[in-house]
Design a protein around this ligand. Structure first.
Ligand code: BEZ
Length: 211
């Protein structure tokens, strides 16, 4: 069964390149990003893991832990980590789950049989400190993910968790946001003291409130 927005992220215990972890315990009070890649020793995955490893300080700043997964063994992941360091200029900086028995892949519905019967697709799950699923993304094996987009959406999720706002198309940290439709103008006066511009009664734009 697919994991959907608002669901509690399925918990599991698994072997990783950093030892055995219980997922919920490992997450603690942090945000988390669980992402799968199809296979070890493949080119696109190598570039993705190098780029996510390099960007780890950005995720740390956002109190967010990264964890990767493929249906290969931890031993295989460890060997591949050497190639990632050698070719991507960044050593692996977060754990990779060894999921040979596909236990976690099945829990999170990461195998899409009409794409490939045996390998995981490129899934991304962003999980909040309440252990709820905040975002899901699914890419095919042939398309590498965009680290900047994952950070951008994380910024939006963290902002909108704290303020009654939504972020418009192509929004980036620091840009104006939209006051949530459920907030009345009367209520908005207290919540958004910098004011807002009403392009339509339902489209009210205000400076990012936590800046
Ligand atoms: C890759 O990561 O390069 C890859 C993996 C599986 C299929 C196609 C590409």
């Amino acid at each position: 069964m697919a994991v959907r927005l608002g669901d509690t992220a399925p918990d599991f215990t698994a072997d990783t390149t950093d030892g055995k972890i219980n997922f919920h315990e490992w997450l603690g009070d942090s945000w988390g990003i669980l992402f799968s890649h199809p296979k070890d020793y493949t080119p696109v995955c190598t570039t993705e893991l190098g780029a996510f490893s390099k960007a780890k300080p950005e995720f740390d700043k956002r109190n967010t832990k990264l964890i990767g997964l493929s249906v290969d063994s931890v031993e295989s992941h460890k060997g591949w980590a050497g190639d990632i360091k050698e070719t991507q200029g960044s050593a692996l900086s977060f754990p990779l789950i060894g999921d040979e028995d596909r236990k976690v892949a099945d829990l999170y519905d990461m195998i899409h049989p009409n794409a490939d019967n045996t390998l995981t697709v490129r899934s991304v799950f962003i999980i909040g400190p309440d252990k709820k699923i905040k975002l899901t993304l699914t890419y095919p094996a042939s398309t590498g993910r965009n680290v900047d987009e994952i950070i951008r959406v994380l910024d939006s999720l963290q902002l909108t968790a704290d303020y009654s706002v939504a972020t418009p198309v192509n929004w980036k940290e620091g840009e104006d946001v939209i006051i949530a439709p459920a907030v009345s103008d009367e209520d908005a006066k207290g919540r958004f003291p910098k004011g807002w511009k009403a392009l339509k009664p339902y489209l009210r734009v205000t400076p990012q409130p936590n800046r």
